[in-house]
Design a protein. Structure first.
Length: 220
């Protein structure tokens, strides 16, 4: 009798374990993938001059879905720099059915971001990881742009190839993006959407993966 009881216990235990721990049984051990990504330099208007930030976005793949991803790291090994972007912090958006994750807030305390090779590491909740190298050697070719609104007329001072106006409501919520037909004209000619209270200038050098973003100004 004792021998048969032990056999029953050994038979039942794997079944009970599977019922109690379904997450462990179902999770794969396959590492995630980085199918595509980019680094873009963005200059923000600061009190003491333009401040450099990187926008880092990657297109990830994981067999257990986007919710199984945990951390994104960016390394510049030569300068011994590391940035950690957790799943609670990164920006997640979907474009044409593809998921993108990343951050627009990568910076250093003082000075410019180093150029050269960067290493991106993506880690899922199971601890599996993958990495991919990216290189940024771009330089800022144009002076920081400006936008001014006075007496119902907007004036853009910019040498950048592409200039866009980013529109916000009174609470700072994004409303729309407008490409102005000229660098100076009446505000009414922009045909702004209802509710727009402030606008900022987003200037872009697309071939150099570099952009500049000004502080907002009132449209009134």
């Amino acid at each position: 009798m004792k021998k048969s009881k032990k056999i029953i216990i050994y038979i039942l235990f794997p079944a009970v374990f599977a019922l109690l721990m379904p997450g462990i049984i179902s999770c794969t051990k396959t590492p995630p993938e980085i199918t595509y990504g980019y680094l873009q330099l963005v200059l923000y208007q600061g009190e003491d001059g333009p401040q450099e930030h990187f926008s880092l976005f990657i297109m990830p793949e994981d067999e257990d879905g986007i919710d199984n991803l945990d951390d994104l790291y960016l390394y510049h090994d030569r300068e011994q720099l590391r940035w950690r972007i957790s799943s609670d912090e990164w920006i997640h958006y979907n474009s044409d059915g593809k998921d993108w994750i990343g951050s627009r807030s990568i910076s250093v305390k003082d000075g410019e971001l180093p150029r050269g090779q960067y290493r991106v590491v993506l880690v899922n909740k199971g601890g599996e990881s993958t990495e991919r190298n990216f290189t940024y050697d771009g330089n800022v070719r144009f002076s920081f742009p400006e936008i001014e609104i006075s007496n119902g007329v907007y004036t853009i001072r910019s040498q950048w190839p592409v200039n866009r106006l980013i529109c916000y409501d009174s609470a700072g919520k994004y409303l729309s993006t407008i490409i102005p037909g000229t660098l100076s004209a009446s505000v009414s000619s922009l045909d702004l959407p209802s509710g727009v209270k402030t606008i900022a200038l987003w200037a872009e050098d697309e071939s150099n993966f570099c952009s500049a973003y000004t502080n907002v100004v009132s449209v009134n």
